[in-house]
Design a protein around this ligand. Structure first.
Ligand code: ADP
Length: 215
């Protein structure tokens, strides 16, 4: 299966992607995680991406599309993948179509996680992420870890992403509305769009997503 996840920042894409990828036995490919890994390793690509990410802007397509393509060409993605954070604008969506067509492949579904803006802001403001694994996500009030600052799952250090500050979140939401939301219509026109409400327990949302994808 080849699936794209869309939804505003804080919709729970990373959290859901980890469960869905496991259930579907396909790799979870997150461009945000790939950028963060490049930044922590100090690569040239990481240097190019950092200022854009810190401001909550999109990293330019020239950098992003090549990175996403390289990852999708890894052997573990030959049988399918779950894309999280890519494509994030219409030109990336078009580039993805071209890439897949060249290999005689196509997307099976685009899963849109729907959440209200107020909820998203609350989620992001309190979000804490594990340094070892970005799918280990906590929230200071909604899902606090047993010990402050420590991941329940693996003992890793929890931190707040630099781009989760209030000012940057506002820009990320703006960028989502203006640049990313248009891909929803793009995929709707292709008959690929599956929209589910992303409110409630994490496991309920996963179940909703699995049921929607089976159809
Ligand atoms: P979220 O979905 O919570 O906003 P991500 O981890 O997916 O977080 O992305 C964080 C940042 O990484 C984005 O704000 C952007 O700067 C950069 N980024 C990730 N994916 C892309 C992409 N496909 N195109 C451009 N920039 C991207």
């Amino acid at each position: 299966m080849r699936i794209v996840l869309v939804g505003p920042p804080g919709a729970g894409k990373g959290t859901q992607a980890a469960f869905l990828a496991k259930n579907l036995s396909i790799p979870h490919i997150s461009t945000g995680d790939l950028f963060r890994a490049n930044i922590s390793q100090g690569t040239e690509l990481g240097k190019q991406a950092k200022a854009f990410m810190d401001a909550g802007d999109l990293v330019p397509d020239e950098v992003t599309i090549g990175m996403a393509k390289d990852r999708m060409e890894q052997p573990d993605a030959a049988g399918g993948f779950l894309l999280d954070g890519f494509p994030r604008n219409v030109s990336q969506a078009e580039a993805l179509d071209v890439m897949l067509q060249a290999e005689g492949m196509k997307l099976d579904a685009v899963l849109d996680l729907e959440v209200e803006e107020d909820e998203v802001v609350k989620r992001i403001a309190g979000r804490r992420i594990c340094r070892n694994d970005s799918s280990h996500v906590f929230h200071v009030t909604y899902a606090p870890p047993k010990a402050e600052g420590v991941c329940d799952t693996c003992g890793g250090e929890l931190y707040q992403r630099g781009d989760d500050s209030e000012a940057t979140v506002r820009n990320r939401l703006e960028v989502y509305h203006t640049q990313t939301e248009p891909i929803i219509d793009y995929y709707k026109a292709q008959g690929l769009l599956v929209t589910i409400p992303a409110l409630g327990e994490v496991s309920d949302v996963t179940k909703r997503a699995m049921d929607a994808l089976k159809k």
